[in-house]
Design a protein around this ligand. Structure first.
Ligand code: KG4
Length: 339
Protein backbone atom coordinates (compact mmCIF):
# COMPACT_ATOMS: atom_id res chain seq x y z
CA UNK A 1 0.00 0.00 0.00
CA UNK A 2 1.24 3.49 -0.82
CA UNK A 3 2.24 6.01 1.81
CA UNK A 4 0.69 9.38 1.01
CA UNK A 5 1.56 12.39 3.15
CA UNK A 6 -0.07 15.80 3.10
CA UNK A 7 2.38 18.46 4.28
CA UNK A 8 1.27 21.82 5.68
CA UNK A 9 3.56 24.81 6.17
CA UNK A 10 2.40 28.05 7.84
CA UNK A 11 5.40 29.20 9.87
CA UNK A 12 5.69 32.74 8.52
CA UNK A 13 3.98 34.49 5.62
CA UNK A 14 3.50 31.69 3.08
CA UNK A 15 0.64 29.22 3.31
CA UNK A 16 1.67 26.02 1.61
CA UNK A 17 0.41 22.46 1.18
CA UNK A 18 2.06 19.57 -0.64
CA UNK A 19 1.43 15.91 -1.30
CA UNK A 20 4.14 13.26 -1.35
CA UNK A 21 3.43 9.68 -2.38
CA UNK A 22 6.04 7.03 -1.54
CA UNK A 23 8.68 9.75 -1.41
CA UNK A 24 7.73 11.34 -4.75
CA UNK A 25 6.36 14.88 -4.92
CA UNK A 26 2.89 15.08 -6.51
CA UNK A 27 2.02 18.70 -5.73
CA UNK A 28 3.33 21.77 -3.91
CA UNK A 29 1.03 24.78 -3.67
CA UNK A 30 2.21 28.06 -2.14
CA UNK A 31 0.10 31.15 -1.45
CA UNK A 32 2.25 34.16 -0.60
CA UNK A 33 0.87 37.08 1.37
CA UNK A 34 1.15 40.46 -0.35
CA UNK A 35 -0.42 42.21 2.64
CA UNK A 36 2.93 42.80 4.42
CA UNK A 37 4.70 44.70 1.61
CA UNK A 38 3.53 48.15 2.71
CA UNK A 39 4.79 47.59 6.29
CA UNK A 40 8.38 46.74 5.36
CA UNK A 41 8.25 43.38 7.16
CA UNK A 42 5.91 40.58 8.18
CA UNK A 43 3.11 41.69 10.54
CA UNK A 44 2.36 38.58 12.67
CA UNK A 45 -1.34 39.27 13.23
CA UNK A 46 -1.97 39.92 9.54
CA UNK A 47 -0.02 36.77 8.68
CA UNK A 48 -2.15 34.50 10.85
CA UNK A 49 -5.36 36.00 9.48
CA UNK A 50 -4.18 35.47 5.91
CA UNK A 51 -3.25 31.85 6.76
CA UNK A 52 -6.82 31.31 7.98
CA UNK A 53 -8.16 32.56 4.66
CA UNK A 54 -5.67 30.59 2.56
CA UNK A 55 -5.41 27.25 4.26
CA UNK A 56 -8.59 25.55 2.97
CA UNK A 57 -8.14 26.55 -0.70
CA UNK A 58 -4.40 25.79 -0.59
CA UNK A 59 -4.90 22.29 0.87
CA UNK A 60 -7.74 21.60 -1.58
CA UNK A 61 -5.57 22.71 -4.51
CA UNK A 62 -2.66 20.53 -3.35
CA UNK A 63 -4.88 17.43 -3.15
CA UNK A 64 -6.53 18.21 -6.47
CA UNK A 65 -3.24 18.81 -8.31
CA UNK A 66 -1.88 15.58 -6.84
CA UNK A 67 -5.00 13.71 -7.96
CA UNK A 68 -5.33 12.38 -4.41
CA UNK A 69 -8.55 11.96 -2.46
CA UNK A 70 -8.20 13.08 1.17
CA UNK A 71 -9.51 9.65 2.27
CA UNK A 72 -6.38 8.07 0.74
CA UNK A 73 -3.97 10.08 2.90
CA UNK A 74 -1.77 8.10 5.31
CA UNK A 75 -0.91 11.05 7.57
CA UNK A 76 -0.72 14.82 7.80
CA UNK A 77 2.64 16.49 8.49
CA UNK A 78 2.70 20.07 9.71
CA UNK A 79 5.32 22.63 10.71
CA UNK A 80 5.26 22.90 14.49
CA UNK A 81 8.02 25.52 14.71
CA UNK A 82 10.10 27.58 14.77
CA UNK A 83 8.15 30.52 13.40
CA UNK A 84 5.42 32.99 14.29
CA UNK A 85 3.16 31.47 16.91
CA UNK A 86 -0.11 32.74 15.48
CA UNK A 87 0.81 31.53 12.00
CA UNK A 88 1.98 28.14 13.27
CA UNK A 89 -1.24 27.76 15.22
CA UNK A 90 -3.30 27.91 12.02
CA UNK A 91 -1.42 25.04 10.34
CA UNK A 92 -1.20 23.03 13.56
CA UNK A 93 -4.91 23.35 14.34
CA UNK A 94 -5.90 22.62 10.75
CA UNK A 95 -3.73 19.48 10.69
CA UNK A 96 -5.20 18.28 13.99
CA UNK A 97 -8.79 18.88 12.86
CA UNK A 98 -8.30 17.21 9.50
CA UNK A 99 -6.55 14.22 11.04
CA UNK A 100 -9.36 13.77 13.57
CA UNK A 101 -11.91 13.91 10.78
CA UNK A 102 -10.01 11.40 8.65
CA UNK A 103 -8.81 9.27 11.59
CA UNK A 104 -5.19 9.37 10.42
CA UNK A 105 -2.04 10.31 12.38
CA UNK A 106 -0.35 13.69 12.49
CA UNK A 107 3.40 14.16 12.30
CA UNK A 108 5.06 17.32 13.60
CA UNK A 109 7.99 18.73 11.64
CA UNK A 110 10.72 21.13 12.68
CA UNK A 111 10.86 23.78 9.95
CA UNK A 112 14.67 23.69 9.93
CA UNK A 113 14.71 19.90 9.52
CA UNK A 114 12.40 20.49 6.56
CA UNK A 115 14.92 22.83 4.93
CA UNK A 116 17.71 20.29 5.43
CA UNK A 117 15.60 17.42 4.10
CA UNK A 118 14.38 19.41 1.09
CA UNK A 119 17.23 17.72 -0.79
CA UNK A 120 15.36 14.44 -0.50
CA UNK A 121 12.30 15.73 -2.38
CA UNK A 122 12.21 13.67 -5.57
CA UNK A 123 10.04 14.25 -8.61
CA UNK A 124 11.29 11.16 -10.46
CA UNK A 125 12.30 7.78 -9.06
CA UNK A 126 15.95 8.20 -10.02
CA UNK A 127 16.44 11.81 -8.88
CA UNK A 128 19.70 12.00 -6.94
CA UNK A 129 19.63 12.63 -3.18
CA UNK A 130 22.58 13.30 -0.82
CA UNK A 131 24.45 10.43 0.79
CA UNK A 132 24.93 10.61 4.56
CA UNK A 133 26.84 12.10 6.22
CA UNK A 134 26.76 15.54 4.64
CA UNK A 135 27.02 19.14 5.73
CA UNK A 136 24.06 21.42 5.21
CA UNK A 137 24.64 25.14 5.34
CA UNK A 138 21.24 26.48 6.29
CA UNK A 139 20.93 30.19 5.63
CA UNK A 140 17.65 31.99 6.03
CA UNK A 141 16.16 35.18 7.40
CA UNK A 142 16.31 33.88 10.95
CA UNK A 143 19.07 31.25 10.95
CA UNK A 144 22.59 30.62 9.74
CA UNK A 145 23.66 27.13 10.75
CA UNK A 146 26.24 24.60 9.73
CA UNK A 147 24.65 21.22 10.31
CA UNK A 148 26.26 17.81 10.15
CA UNK A 149 23.51 15.51 8.87
CA UNK A 150 24.21 11.88 9.80
CA UNK A 151 20.71 10.72 9.06
CA UNK A 152 17.29 12.27 8.53
CA UNK A 153 16.74 12.17 12.30
CA UNK A 154 20.34 12.62 13.43
CA UNK A 155 21.63 16.16 12.92
CA UNK A 156 24.26 18.08 14.84
CA UNK A 157 24.66 21.84 14.72
CA UNK A 158 28.38 22.52 14.28
CA UNK A 159 28.06 26.28 14.15
CA UNK A 160 25.41 28.96 14.18
CA UNK A 161 25.22 32.72 14.12
CA UNK A 162 25.92 34.49 17.37
CA UNK A 163 24.01 37.59 16.26
CA UNK A 164 22.32 38.34 12.92
CA UNK A 165 21.49 35.66 10.37
CA UNK A 166 22.83 35.97 6.81
CA UNK A 167 19.36 36.86 5.52
CA UNK A 168 19.04 39.56 8.16
CA UNK A 169 22.36 41.03 7.01
CA UNK A 170 21.00 41.19 3.44
CA UNK A 171 17.66 42.63 4.58
CA UNK A 172 18.98 45.21 7.05
CA UNK A 173 21.62 46.57 4.67
CA UNK A 174 19.05 46.61 1.85
CA UNK A 175 16.73 48.62 4.07
CA UNK A 176 19.45 51.25 4.56
CA UNK A 177 19.73 51.42 0.78
CA UNK A 178 15.98 52.13 0.58
CA UNK A 179 15.13 48.77 -1.00
CA UNK A 180 11.81 47.03 -0.25
CA UNK A 181 11.50 44.14 2.22
CA UNK A 182 12.81 41.50 1.97
CA UNK A 183 15.93 43.06 0.53
CA UNK A 184 17.89 39.86 -0.24
CA UNK A 185 16.46 39.29 -3.72
CA UNK A 186 16.94 43.00 -4.59
CA UNK A 187 20.60 42.89 -3.55
CA UNK A 188 20.97 39.73 -5.66
CA UNK A 189 19.52 41.49 -8.71
CA UNK A 190 21.59 44.67 -8.25
CA UNK A 191 24.79 42.76 -7.47
CA UNK A 192 24.77 41.23 -10.95
CA UNK A 193 25.55 44.72 -12.36
CA UNK A 194 28.03 45.89 -9.73
CA UNK A 195 31.72 45.66 -8.89
CA UNK A 196 32.19 43.32 -5.91
CA UNK A 197 35.68 44.69 -5.23
CA UNK A 198 34.66 48.35 -5.03
CA UNK A 199 33.95 48.44 -1.27
CA UNK A 200 35.50 46.48 1.57
CA UNK A 201 33.37 45.62 4.57
CA UNK A 202 34.45 44.07 7.85
CA UNK A 203 34.63 40.30 8.17
CA UNK A 204 34.34 38.65 11.58
CA UNK A 205 37.27 36.94 13.29
CA UNK A 206 35.53 34.59 15.67
CA UNK A 207 36.95 31.18 16.46
CA UNK A 208 35.27 27.89 15.68
CA UNK A 209 32.39 27.39 13.31
CA UNK A 210 30.02 30.08 14.54
CA UNK A 211 28.97 32.95 12.33
CA UNK A 212 28.59 36.65 13.01
CA UNK A 213 27.13 39.25 10.67
CA UNK A 214 26.59 42.26 12.91
CA UNK A 215 30.10 43.69 12.33
CA UNK A 216 29.56 43.58 8.58
CA UNK A 217 26.26 45.40 9.00
CA UNK A 218 27.91 48.12 11.09
CA UNK A 219 30.77 48.56 8.65
CA UNK A 220 28.26 48.80 5.77
CA UNK A 221 26.38 51.53 7.67
CA UNK A 222 29.59 53.43 8.47
CA UNK A 223 30.70 53.37 4.83
CA UNK A 224 27.45 55.05 3.85
CA UNK A 225 27.40 57.45 6.80
CA UNK A 226 31.01 58.57 6.17
CA UNK A 227 30.34 59.18 2.48
CA UNK A 228 27.21 61.20 3.18
CA UNK A 229 29.00 63.17 5.94
CA UNK A 230 31.85 63.89 3.54
CA UNK A 231 29.36 65.74 1.35
CA UNK A 232 27.96 63.09 -0.99
CA UNK A 233 24.21 62.96 -0.24
CA UNK A 234 23.54 60.83 -3.33
CA UNK A 235 26.16 58.25 -2.41
CA UNK A 236 23.67 55.39 -2.11
CA UNK A 237 21.79 56.28 -5.27
CA UNK A 238 24.98 56.55 -7.32
CA UNK A 239 26.54 53.37 -5.97
CA UNK A 240 23.62 50.96 -5.64
CA UNK A 241 25.04 48.14 -7.75
CA UNK A 242 28.58 48.35 -6.34
CA UNK A 243 27.29 48.48 -2.75
CA UNK A 244 25.07 45.45 -3.41
CA UNK A 245 27.82 43.47 -5.14
CA UNK A 246 30.40 44.23 -2.43
CA UNK A 247 27.94 43.39 0.34
CA UNK A 248 26.91 40.14 -1.33
CA UNK A 249 30.45 38.95 -1.94
CA UNK A 250 31.38 39.68 1.69
CA UNK A 251 28.42 37.67 3.01
CA UNK A 252 29.29 34.81 0.65
CA UNK A 253 32.96 34.85 1.71
CA UNK A 254 31.96 34.69 5.39
CA UNK A 255 29.60 31.76 4.70
CA UNK A 256 32.08 29.78 2.60
CA UNK A 257 34.97 30.38 4.98
CA UNK A 258 33.25 28.50 7.84
CA UNK A 259 31.79 25.94 5.45
CA UNK A 260 35.34 25.13 4.38
CA UNK A 261 36.42 24.73 8.00
CA UNK A 262 33.49 22.42 8.72
CA UNK A 263 34.21 20.29 5.66
CA UNK A 264 37.87 19.92 6.67
CA UNK A 265 36.94 19.18 10.27
CA UNK A 266 34.41 16.46 9.40
CA UNK A 267 35.87 15.05 6.19
CA UNK A 268 32.43 14.88 4.54
CA UNK A 269 32.25 14.46 0.78
CA UNK A 270 28.89 16.11 0.25
CA UNK A 271 27.70 19.66 0.85
CA UNK A 272 24.15 20.97 0.67
CA UNK A 273 22.69 24.44 1.12
CA UNK A 274 19.19 25.45 2.12
CA UNK A 275 16.99 28.28 3.36
CA UNK A 276 15.96 31.55 1.71
CA UNK A 277 19.49 32.89 1.16
CA UNK A 278 20.36 29.75 -0.81
CA UNK A 279 18.27 31.33 -3.60
CA UNK A 280 21.05 33.91 -4.00
CA UNK A 281 22.70 33.57 -7.42
CA UNK A 282 26.19 34.54 -6.25
CA UNK A 283 26.03 32.17 -3.28
CA UNK A 284 24.80 29.26 -5.42
CA UNK A 285 27.66 29.81 -7.89
CA UNK A 286 30.22 30.18 -5.10
CA UNK A 287 29.14 26.92 -3.42
CA UNK A 288 29.18 25.08 -6.74
CA UNK A 289 32.69 26.43 -7.48
CA UNK A 290 33.92 25.62 -3.99
CA UNK A 291 32.64 22.03 -4.22
CA UNK A 292 34.13 21.55 -7.67
CA UNK A 293 37.52 22.78 -6.48
CA UNK A 294 37.45 20.44 -3.48
CA UNK A 295 35.95 17.45 -5.31
CA UNK A 296 32.80 17.52 -3.21
CA UNK A 297 29.30 16.68 -4.33
CA UNK A 298 27.11 19.80 -4.16
CA UNK A 299 23.36 19.83 -3.56
CA UNK A 300 21.85 23.18 -4.44
CA UNK A 301 18.06 23.23 -4.11
CA UNK A 302 15.64 24.35 -6.77
CA UNK A 303 14.66 27.94 -5.93
CA UNK A 304 11.09 26.95 -5.03
CA UNK A 305 12.48 24.73 -2.25
CA UNK A 306 14.74 27.43 -0.79
CA UNK A 307 11.94 29.49 0.75
CA UNK A 308 9.02 28.26 2.83
CA UNK A 309 7.24 25.37 1.14
CA UNK A 310 5.22 22.38 2.27
CA UNK A 311 7.07 19.89 0.05
CA UNK A 312 9.96 19.92 2.55
CA UNK A 313 7.48 19.46 5.42
CA UNK A 314 5.87 16.54 3.62
CA UNK A 315 9.20 14.79 2.95
CA UNK A 316 10.37 15.27 6.55
CA UNK A 317 6.97 13.97 7.69
CA UNK A 318 7.24 11.02 5.32
CA UNK A 319 10.45 9.80 6.95
CA UNK A 320 9.03 10.26 10.44
CA UNK A 321 5.86 8.45 9.38
CA UNK A 322 7.90 5.47 8.14
CA UNK A 323 9.47 5.39 11.63
CA UNK A 324 6.01 5.66 13.23
CA UNK A 325 7.00 8.92 14.94
CA UNK A 326 3.55 10.42 15.34
CA UNK A 327 2.60 13.42 17.39
CA UNK A 328 -0.08 13.92 20.06
CA UNK A 329 -3.07 16.19 19.83
CA UNK A 330 -1.89 18.19 22.83
CA UNK A 331 1.35 19.26 21.13
CA UNK A 332 1.58 23.01 20.64
CA UNK A 333 3.63 25.18 18.27
CA UNK A 334 7.00 26.57 19.34
CA UNK A 335 8.44 29.91 18.27
CA UNK A 336 12.19 29.42 18.62
CA UNK A 337 14.56 26.47 18.70
CA UNK A 338 17.73 25.07 17.14
CA UNK A 339 17.70 21.93 14.97
O1 KG4 B 1 14.08 30.78 4.68
P1 KG4 B 1 13.36 32.07 4.56
O2 KG4 B 1 12.20 32.15 3.60
O3 KG4 B 1 12.82 32.65 5.90
C1 KG4 B 1 13.06 32.17 7.14
O4 KG4 B 1 12.48 31.10 7.43
O5 KG4 B 1 13.81 32.86 7.85
O6 KG4 B 1 14.42 33.15 4.15
C2 KG4 B 1 14.11 34.49 3.97
C3 KG4 B 1 15.41 35.23 3.76
C4 KG4 B 1 15.23 36.73 3.72
O7 KG4 B 1 16.19 37.31 4.55
C5 KG4 B 1 15.50 37.07 2.25
O8 KG4 B 1 16.03 38.34 2.03
C6 KG4 B 1 16.48 36.00 1.89
O9 KG4 B 1 16.02 34.84 2.52
N1 KG4 B 1 16.57 35.80 0.43
C7 KG4 B 1 17.64 36.13 -0.29
C8 KG4 B 1 17.31 35.83 -1.63
N2 KG4 B 1 16.05 35.32 -1.66
C9 KG4 B 1 15.60 35.32 -0.38
N3 KG4 B 1 18.81 36.64 0.08
C10 KG4 B 1 19.71 36.87 -0.90
N4 KG4 B 1 19.47 36.63 -2.21
C11 KG4 B 1 18.30 36.10 -2.61
N5 KG4 B 1 18.08 35.86 -3.91
Amino acid sequence: MSTIILGIESSCDDTSAAVIKDGLLLSNVIASQAVHAEYGGVVPELASRAHQQNIVPVVSAALQRAGVDKRDLSAIAFTRGPGLLGSLLVGTSFAKGMSLGLRIPIVDVNHLHGHVLSHFIRKEENDEVPEYPFICLLVSGGNSQLILVRNYNDMEILGRTIDDAAGEAFDKCAKVMGLPYPGGPHIDRLAAEGDPKRFHFAKPHIPGLDYSFSGLKTSFLYTIRDAVKAGDPDFIKNNMADLAASLQVTIIDILIDKLDKAVKQTGVKTVAIGGGVSANSGFREAVARYCERHHLKAFIPERVFTTDNAAMVAIAGYYKYLDRQFCCYDSVPFARVGV
